[in-house]
Ligand binder design. Structure first.
Ligand SMILES: *Cc1c(COP(=O)(O)O)cnc(C)c1O
Length: 459
């Protein structure tokens, strides 16, 4: 056996500053993580390259099961719908669908993707402000559920339904102020201004559209469960009003997504373990409010509406990690230590507002020092972490960015670098590629070079 030689690393001088965390303070990097879901990371990097996204099938399944358990034990009728834009990798979506999730889509592309994965149209909620006529025609023909965003859409839909000779059930998206979050008033119909009731009356008179559901989505990373209690009470009051004024029957109350995941928002002082409510806490607030708000209705024999959940980030964030390797070490002119790594903001869009947990894949010794982590892009904005307390690392050492499952594999950008492999660790610890790394052929597949530009020398 060959003995690996100890690598020499430069000694560092670290001034200890009052008030900042240092090796005598609370931050220690003695912890490391060399495996994910029981599978060693080093051989995965060897085989699939660096950087590398790794998903856990088990965590995806457990997250949805936990969500459904929390709500189904507290309320009579619950449906979970997976928000495609949060992570629409086919393997992620189908894992959720196998757990009973419907699809929540917000564009023609997402609708087509859900259908191509085999989701029945009646289990698709079509949301969002942009639904072109061609896709609405398909959606009406196939019978998916449409969430109306505005009056122009309402009229187009009515026209399509009329042409198809159909009576189409629709859901109205609502917006209002709960007093707990900044209202997202750009989506749907506003309750306080009377706009929502006006639209409901139009639907009440329509021969082709039938108001059957109410929807709202408060925002994202909502840390106070009371926001949801308020949301439920406002929506149920509107439900009762709209039923008595238009004679419609509301079958479902869809409360959107917004549950926070175990990530730290930049600028937030407390760790997520202390500020992020558990799924049970959200469920308790929501179901208590809903049971209260629908009790009378239930006693009148009208039944309780189906509760629809569209939680995105809280279902997927902790089910994926990004492993990245050190390319170079540098000392900045101001003396700060900097490390260049091979994953940048092109891959980790959420790095702009989260401080993801960062964990080395081997024990690092040496004094932890305030370090800036730069990505590989030749762009000044490519900062993966402004400040992390890390001991010295060698070229080739790897780091794990945790909780990257939400909004990165959809909002990432093709910029400068090829996007890397995404693999999934399955429940039996086997591993498969769920999205191949890009290469030149993928990158140029959509391009067309006109004949006279087909050579780099002018003819
Ligand atoms: C984005 C979105 C979701 C998911 O939101 P999260 O904050 O990720 O839970 C759910 N519903 C709608 C309508 C959305 O736009």
């Amino acid at each position: 056996m060959t003995q690996t030689k100890q690598v020499w690393s430069k000694p560092t001088l670290t001034p200890h500053q009052m008030g900042s965390m240092n090796k005598f303070g609370s931050v220690s990097h003695s912890h490391h993580q060399d495996s994910f879901e029981g599978v060693a990371i080093a051989p995965l990097l060897e085989k699939y390259g660096s950087p590398l996204f790794i998903l856990s099938e088990k965590r995806l399944r457990n997250n949805v099961r936990k969500l459904l358990r929390a709500f189904e034990t507290r309320y009579t009728s619950v449906t979970y719908s997976w928000s495609y834009k949060t992570n629409y990798l086919g393997a992620v979506c189908t894992t959720f669908h196998q757990e009973g999730a419907w699809a929540e889509v917000v564009s023609a592309f997402e609708y087509e993707k859900a259908r191509s994965l085999g989701v029945p149209a009646k289990h698709i909620l079509f949301n969002g402000p942009h639904k072109q006529r061609f896709i609405l025609e398909r959606v009406v023909a196939e019978g998916a559920r449409i969430h109306l965003d505005n009056l122009d859409e309402l009229y187009v839909l009515e026209d399509i339904a009329k042409e198809a000779g159909k009576q189409v059930d629709v859901t109205m998206r609502l917006n209002f102020d709960t007093g707990y979050t900044e209202p997202w008033s750009r989506f749907g119909f506003n309750i306080e201004s009377g706009q929502a009731m006006d639209a409901a009356r139009i639907l009440g008179e329509s021969k082709h559209l039938n108001l059957a559901g109410l929807h709202s989505h408060l925002g994202t990373f909502v840390l106070d469960p009371r926001a949801y209690s308020a949301q439920i009470h406002i929506m149920c009051a509107f439900m009762n009003d709209v039923e008595s004024q238009t004679g419609c029957h509301i079958e479902s109350i869809d409360i959107g997504g917004g549950f926070a995941s175990m990530n730290s928002l930049q600028g937030s002082y407390l760790p997520p373990e202390q500020v992020v409510p558990s799924i049970d806490q959200y469920a308790e607030a929501i179901c208590t409010a809903l049971n209260d708000a629908t009790r009378e209705r239930d006693m009148q024999g009208k039944g309780r509406p189906r509760l629809i959940l569209e939680s995105g980030r809280a279902m997927v964030d902790d089910a994926e990690i990004l492993v990245t390797s050190v390319i170079a070490n540098k000392r900045m002119p101001d003396g700060r230590r900097s490390v260049v790594i091979d994953a940048g903001v092109n891959l980790l869009f959420t790095g702009f507002w989260y401080n993801h947990p960062i964990t080395p894949t081997r024990p690092l010794d040496g004094v932890a020092e305030d370090t800036v982590l730069y990505g590989p892009l030749c762009m000044n904005i490519d900062i993966m972490r402004q400040s992390a307390m890390l001991p010295p690392m060698n070229v080739g050492d790897s780091l794990i960015f945790g909780h990257v499952g939400a909004y990165n594999n959809t909002q990432w950008m093709q910029f400068i670098e090829y996007r890397p492999n995404i693999i999934m660790v399955h429940e039996d610890s086997s591993v498969s590629v769920v999205r191949h790394a890009e290469d030149l052929q993928v990158m140029t597949a959509q391009e067309v070079i006109p004949e006279h530009l087909s050579s780099v020398t002018k003819r």
